[in-house]
Ligand binder design. Structure first.
Ligand code: ADP
Length: 693
């Protein structure tokens, strides 16, 4: 080929390429498509647009600014509640990706799938407002059934979803290891929420966030397998701003709070023929009671007698007073101790026996009563209380929050409450406050104990101190309000409480140097204080396979992944970065102490039935966490609420953690359940009598 022909051909090819390029720019203007790769620059309407989607810890908000050239000129992402080191760390990377790709269709950050999906979805919604159209077309699926898995609170959660071309038709969730009466509520409630909204952008069930998020994550996995672009799923349905309707309900007794005290009161009052209404702000019952893992203290019970355990009401009273630094109201303690054995009989009578008797911190004798099968006492009781309430036809108004007590010239005659739809006036002859403590209300914690600011809390979400505030508004006095208990064995990452029974059954605490530093079964405040003095303010709770085999609660710790396991003591020590020879020596000394029933080092004399010699061995890193608010509303021995002048407030009763005085400066393990069952009964007995007057 001669060089002239060659030059002409190159020139023609160049012109051709240039023409195509020009035509492409003029004619094929890029259209918004969040699912398309590459730049969509130049296609949006200038302005600022915000999209919101559900992240790991709450809403994730993406605000995009579209410049005059129609491209994305800036990206702001807020997700204050994303886990800082996971979702939080992913946010700047996702922001850069959106800017770089000029699109919402970016790669997620590995390990931060929920936050990534939320950012993509929120960005996609913002772009749709800026002139995009693809997300308006909705999602598409390859019809079929798909299964996704994600890690829940106690192990894997499996979600099986059935989809047709554009709709999610069915969802089945299996989460056998989720916490009874907490995670299990999410397992039963989330599928309906998702099916109704047809999106993964739905609210988690409050208090069961980890399980809820696992369900959403597993669902996203399954939907991705179904070929769905998750960013095309619809946004969270906006809450209707419809005005609430007023509604009036009449009853004999309104009980505020469906925790242990409230449910006991409801059952007892209904059995005496009263019409009871129970208000519960959460979508489920149980409160902090569900979280009680140890058992219930009671003295002179038939179980103790049958098991040859010598105990007395007097010793119970003295142990409680001593544990509470003699700050307790002795009259209330006496009521609790004297009625504890009959409360155990009452639990028998409603199908909730607690026959397993053991030792617990601060108790002279074996007094803590637990379920036969070793399951956590709280969830066990809540299930049985709910069954009994069902049998009796007791109405619980869930997601209904009491806001105010109704006073008629100083006599309490009802409660104002609200749900999403209604403003309620509940007229009643008597009101029982059973709203629990304020361990989950950081503002109140800081108000009464600024030194505890930021401390991890084991409390349920409803422990917001509402009852205390409402009672104060009608003149109630408060007692010991600054007495807040730290529990010494709380795993800090999950706020999971390691039940006292682990120490009661023989576990020991060691510091980072591998040494014991306290009698592990001293009262909670003393053990917590001792931990805070150790290197880093934490410790390890150490136990063996025999102890694990005897205590069901441990399975939850293992499946949650907070336990470290070693075939030998040395192996365990290495994994927790403790000097193996020191830990081996500590264990040898402890096992000798158990053999001789003599702890020469720290004087421990309970929970020494078995040594720690059967491998594998286990450790959980723990530190103190807020566990119980001992102070609260002042009551007398009939659970009548007392005002600041020392007078009874007629019509108002309180029981359980909302009250102060029973536990003084420190609650001993096993006394919370004794408190709620005994005083739940006393409050309802008093309210019933008051109604009959
Ligand atoms: P206790 O151990 O004293 O029974 P719990 O913490 O077990 O206390 O139960 C208290 C219950 O009260 C929780 O279920 C909580 O959600 C509920 N609660 C708290 N405040 C309110 C409120 N304002 N209205 C309705 N329920 C409430």
């Amino acid at each position: 080929m001669n060089s002239d022909i060659m030059r002409v051909r190159i020139l023609r090819a160049l012109v051709c390429v240039l023409t195509i390029a020009l035509l492409t720019t003029l004619v094929i203007k890029p259209k918004f498509d969040p699912s398309a790769n590459g730049s969509a620059s130049g296609s949006y309407t200038p302005g600022t647009y915000t999209g919101v989607a559900n992240g790991f810890g709450g809403d994730v908000e993406v605000t995009l600014t579209i410049g005059d050239n129609g491209g994305i000129s800036s990206v702001e992402i807020t997700g204050a509640n994303e886990t800082p080191e996971v979702g939080g760390a992913a946010i700047p990377i996702l922001k850069d990706s959106i800017l770089e790709k000029q699109s919402a269709d970016i790669d997620g950050v590995s390990g931060a799938t929920i936050t990534s999906t939320a950012v993509k979805s929120a960005a996609s919604k913002a772009l749709a407002q800026a002139g995009g159209s693809a997300s308006a077309e909705g999602p598409s699926f390859t019809p079929g059934t798909y299964t996704g898995t994600a890690k829940g609170f106690g192990g894997d959660v499996e979600v099986t979803v059935t989809v047709s071309e554009s709709t999610i038709d069915d969802i089945q969730v299996v989460g056998d290891h989720e916490t009874e009466n907490i995670g299990t509520f999410a397992v039963s409630m989330m599928p309906d929420r998702i099916l109704e909204a047809q999106t993964t952008d739905v609210d988690a069930v409050a208090g069961a966030t980890v399980t809820s998020k696992a369900i959403l994550l597993a669902l996203q996995d399954a939907l991705t397998q179904a070929g769905c672009d998750l960013s095309t799923l619809p946004s969270k349905p906006a809450k209707d701003n419809v005005a609430k309707t007023d509604k009036t309900v009449d009853c004999d007794i309104v009980i505020v709070g469906a925790g242990g005290a409230g449910m006991t009161a409801a059952i007892n009052a209904t059995e005496q023929g009263k019409k009871v209404v129970v208000l519960e702000m959460m979508p489920y019952a149980g409160g902090n009671t569900t979280k009680a893992t140890g058992g219930m203290n009671a003295a002179e019970t038939h179980y103790q007698k049958e098991q040859g355990i010598d105990d007395s009401v007097e010793t119970f009273i003295e142990d409680t007073m001593e544990g509470g630094h003699q700050m307790n109201n002795r009259d209330l303690v006496t009521v609790m101790a004297e009625n504890s054995a009959s409360a155990i009989d009452w639990l028998d009578s409603i199908g909730a026996p607690l026959p397993k008797v053991g030792f617990s911190g601060g108790a002279t004798n074996a007094r803590i009563h637990a379920p036969e099968d070793g399951s956590g006492v709280g969830a066990y009781l809540v299930t049985r209380f709910l069954n009994k309430m069902d049998d009796l036809g007791i109405e619980v108004m869930y997601e209904t929050k009491a806001t105010e007590l109704i006073s008629d010239n100083g006599t309490i005659v009802g409660v104002k409450a609200e749900s999403d739809e209604f403003n309620y006036t509940i007229n009643a002859k008597a009101v029982i406050l059973a709203t629990g403590g304020f361990g989950n209300n950081q503002d109140m914690i800081v108000k009464y104990r600024s030194d505890l600011k930021g401390t991890v809390s084991t409390s349920a979400p409803g422990a917001m101190g509402d009852g205390i505030v409402m009672a104060e508004e009608v003149g109630a006095d408060l007692v010991d309000i600054d007495q807040i208990q730290l529990h010494p064995t709380v795993e800090q990452g999950t706020s999971m409480l390691i039940t006292e029974s682990v120490r009661g059954d023989g576990a020991i605490l060691v510091n980072q140097e591998g040494k014991r530093f306290t009698n592990e079964l001293l009262t909670r405040d003393v053990v917590s204080a001792a931990e805070l003095e150790q290197t880093g303010g934490y410790a390890y709770i150490i136990f063996d396979q025999r102890l694990r085999d005897g205590l069901k609660a441990i399975e939850k710790y293992v499946s949650t992944g907070i336990t470290v396991q070693g075939d030998s003591i040395e192996d365990l020590a290495e994994q927790i970065d403790v000097d193996p020879s020191v830990l081996a020596e500590t264990m040898k000394t402890w096992n000798e102490a158990v053999a001789n029933q003599n702890d020469a080092e720290f004087g421990r004399d309970t929970g020494m039935e078995n040594d720690l010699s059967v491998g594998p061995f286990y450790a959980i890193k723990i530190a103190p966490g807020i566990h119980h608010t001992m102070g609260g509303v002042k009551i007398d021995t009939k659970c009548q609420v007392i005002n600041t002048d020392g007078q009874v407030i007629p019509g108002l009763y309180a029981a359980g953690e909302v009250t102060g005085g029973v536990h003084g400066g420190n609650r001993i393990g096993g006394n919370a359940v004794a408190d709620i069952v005994v005083f739940g009964q006393v409050a309802s007995d008093s309210a019933v009598k008051y109604c009959d007057k």
